[in-house]
Design a protein around this ligand. Structure first.
Ligand code: CAA
Length: 263
């Protein structure tokens, strides 16, 4: 837990039922990611690991932005060493989401630019409100994405689309984002409710088995097909060894609902 008082924090972490909710709370600056906020996000994700929750929702305070990216005002006049450390900090913080034992869902209201898009890309899933606008506009600043965007975007939407989005820095509106697979769904109405309903579609299943499924899919794009198939054989065998697999298969035969116990 950070030594700063909760009142001074710009990242809030709460528990709502069996979900953790992380809120970027700097709406006056469109929730831009100062280095202090990045560190707070990292600390909050570490705390989620100790919470008794089944998924993490990430949202931005205010109705204008999920997050407008790295704090541009902090980026100027930095040494190259500091700049590289900054990129590595952002990458390391977002990579914590890959290793978290529960899935994460970005709830994107309004702008998700630069590091904001990269935070959403690092989540397991993305839901967008109809007014959501994604973009990696770094090129307009004479920069390129540095918090994982050049690596995660092509994995999600393909190299050609990723190059076009990154090299033009253009906006991608919610509807297009859904068409190209950048978001899982565009949802009308209350995003938090939609996120809770989306999470409920998978959180009733076995947590360790869900984690194995995530690991297998995440690693798919890191390895050649035959290595990936070997890894899948190993992880699916691990899933088979869980008590939850035994329960799931018994419940099928006995024509009843499975009672998973996360073991
Ligand atoms: N950094 C710092 N402050 C930011 C910010 C950012 N990324 N984005 C917005 N703000 C601040 C503005 O400076 C403004 O503050 P003041 O009122 O003190 O001037 C406040 O938030 C509101 O913003 P605007 O007045 O600009 O609001 P708008 O509705 O006119 O425009 C916007 C909204 C189109 C998102 C525009 O703010 C914008 O283009 N922001 C920058 C987006 C961007 O380029 N992001 C990429 C950053 S680089 C990066 O992220 C690198 C990486 O890979 C990690």
């Amino acid at each position: 837990m950070s030594k700063r008082k909760q009142s001074e924090m710009t990242v809030e972490l709460t528990q709502q039922g069996d979900l953790a909710v992380l809120t970027l709370n700097r709406p006056k600056a469109l929730n831009a990611l100062s280095f202090a906020i990045l560190k707070e996000i990292g600390e909050a994700i570490d705390r989620v690991a100790d919470m008794d929750v089944r998924a993490l929702l990430i949202t931005g305070a205010g109705d204008k932005a999920f997050c407008a990216g790295a704090d541009i005002k902090e980026l100027r006049n930095r040494s190259l060493v500091d700049q590289k450390r900054g990129a590595e900090l952002g990458q390391a913080v977002f990579a914590k989401l890959d290793r978290l034992q529960v899935a994460s869902i970005a709830l994107v209201n309004g702008y998700a630019f630069g590091g904001g898009s990269e935070l959403a890309l690092a989540c397991t899933f993305r839901l967008a409100s109809p007014n959501a606008i994604f973009g990696l506009p770094e090129i307009k600043l004479g920069l390129i994405p540095g918090y994982g965007g050049t690596q995660r975007l092509p994995r999600l939407v393909g190299e050609g689309r990723a190059l076009e989005i990154i090299m033009t820095g253009r906006n991608v509106r919610a509807e297009e984002a859904a068409q190209i697979g950048l978001v899982n769904a565009v949802v009308e109405g209350d995003l938090m409710e939609a996120g809770t309903a989306f999470a409920a579609k998978f959180t009733r299943y076995s947590l360790p088995v869900l984690e194995l499924a995530r690991r297998a899919v995440q690693r798919a794009s890191d390895m050649p097909l035959h290595e990936g198939l070997e890894m899948e054989a190993d992880l699916s065998t691990l899933a088979y060894r869980t008590n939850d697999a035994e329960e799931g298969m018994a419940a099928f035969e006995e024509k009843r609902e499975a009672q998973f116990k996360d073991g």
